[in-house]
Design a protein. Structure first.
Length: 145
């Protein structure tokens, strides 16, 4: 980028990145910003497309993490279903492991949101921001189009 983004560009990109806290609606918001602003500003075009891609990948990763946790939790209930009398006093140890492992998808979501909010803050300040790995892929796509 050859020039400093103006205030409107910074606000649009901050909204695109910060909309991550709105879940699936955030992806839509970032995509709408990209669709409506891509012809007006290279800065907004790159940042909004990058935010859309980041939120989409994050949603898929979160769904996968919750699905894995749900399967682990369901498997931990099999001993309880097969022999309820054996676990009248306490559930099997794997049940506690699966229950505690709920921290993993929650932590993934929290870190994903924080990184997206950090991107929003950086772009609001007018800095060029690029997500690790994903940013270079989006940059190549933007350059090719």
């Amino acid at each position: 980028m050859n020039r400093q983004p103006n205030q409107d560009e910074r606000i649009m990109t901050a909204i695109a990145h910060g909309s991550i806290i709105a879940g699936g609606f955030g992806i839509v918001a970032a995509a709408i910003i990209w669709l409506t602003q891509r012809e007006r500003s290279d800065y907004v075009r790159f940042q909004a497309l990058q935010a859309t891609a980041y939120q989409f990948v994050g949603m898929l990763a979160t769904i996968l993490a919750w699905t894995c946790w749900g399967c682990l939790y369901a498997l931990s209930l099999i001993p309880l279903v097969r022999d309820p009398q054996a676990f009248e006093d306490a559930p099997p140890p794997i049940f506690w492991i699966s229950l505690i492992s709920v921290i993993l998808p929650i932590a993934l979501m929290a870190l994903w949101w924080l990184y997206g909010l950090y991107a929003g803050l950086r772009t609001l300040q007018g800095h060029e921001f690029q997500y690790v790995r994903l940013g270079s892929i989006v940059r190549r796509y933007v350059a090719d189009s």
